[in-house]
Design a protein around this ligand. Structure first.
Ligand SMILES: Nc1ncnc2c1ncn2[C@@H]1O[C@H](COP(=O)(O)OP(=O)(O)O)[C@@H](O)[C@H]1O
Ligand SMILES: [Mg+2]
Length: 272
């Protein structure tokens, strides 16, 4: 079967609104921030205009892109709590077409401050409304919890990407995340769906890694991305240079993998 012909203008006309993807898993250290930075940068290198939203008070996406968090005038906190307009917060990065809403430690307080605010679950969704016209892809790096910040991320997104580390207990907590996605879907954001599961930190020398890949593919089927991200030292070094892997070491296995993930993402979203 070949796919149906596209309309003659579809190739030259960019999609009207951005694909908004929340990168979420309440487990820490599974590769959410690494994936946000490197998928985002690879998408930008492939010609997409990309906005990253750092929704984690730890700010690994911000520091990993070389943003000095002590020098930031306004951040995700101001977007959520102070109604500061997005355009006053967005920072350029060293990569053309890659932009960032940075996070500072102030954001840790937002989890509590949000509780008493009007429309507390929809603050991010409302703040990003206009950005959908300005960017091709918006990636939201969620914190390692299922609190109000993550709910804001899920409510603002069209879909969720779940990084799963090729390690013991890989699937632990994932069913709880899926339940939360369904709760957000039925209460706040009807269009929300799980767009993909990405296997990270794959170590080809261990059977454990291969077992996890198989287990995840059995559980999630086609939702699982074909591209598997290898565990490599270069990927863990790049953030300390404030660079995505595409800039730090474009020939490395990690760069190749994230480039391929970006291609797969674009195919899934009809962008290539
Ligand atoms: N593919 C990888 N290979 C090697 N190290 C990685 C890889 N992905 C992430 N890391 C490292 O693992 C740690 C956790 O990754 P991170 O992306 O910060 O996870 P999360 O955002 O889910 O907490 C970081 O030190 C990061 O540099
Ligand atoms: Mg993180």
């Amino acid at each position: 079967m070949t796919s149906p012909p596209t309309s003659p203008t579809s190739e030259s006309t960019p999609s009207q609104t951005a694909s908004v993807t929340a990168i979420a898993n309440q487990k820490g250290g599974v590769g959410k921030s690494t994936t946000t930075i490197n998928l985002g940068a690879s998408l930008a290198f492939q010609g997409e205009r990309v906005l990253l939203v750092d929704l984690d008070p730890q700010g690994n996406t911000s520091s990993g892109l070389g943003i000095d968090r002590t020098q930031i005038a306004s951040s995700t906190y101001d977007l959520l709590i102070e109604d500061t307009p997005l355009e006053d917060i967005v920072e350029p990065t060293s990569v053309r077409d890659l932009f960032l809403v940075p996070a500072t430690i102030e954001l840790a307080g937002a989890e509590i401050e949000l509780v008493s605010l009007f429309s507390r679950e929809m603050r991010l969704a409302n703040a990003l409304k206009d950005a959908r016209e300005e960017y091709d892809v918006i990636l939201i790096d969620c914190p390692p919890s299922l609190g109000l910040l993550t709910v804001n991320g899920l409510a603002a997104a069209d879909e969720v990407m779940i990084p799963i580390q090729c390690e013991y207990y890989a699937l632990e907590g994932v069913s709880q995340l899926i339940r939360n996605v369904k709760l957000v879907q039925s209460n706040l954001n009807p269009q929300l769906e799980v767009e993909g599961v990405v296997l990270t930190m794959f170590d080809g020398r261990t059977t454990l890694s291969s077992d996890v890949v198989e287990q995840v593919r059995q559980h999630f089927g086609e939702t699982t991305y074909r591209t598997v991200i290898p565990r490599t030292v270069r990927l863990s070094e790049a953030p300390s240079y404030g660079e995505p892997i595409e800039a730090y070491d474009p020939m490395s296995r990690g760069a190749i993998a994230y480039r391929e993930l970006a291609r797969e993402y674009r195919r899934r979203h009809g962008r290539s």
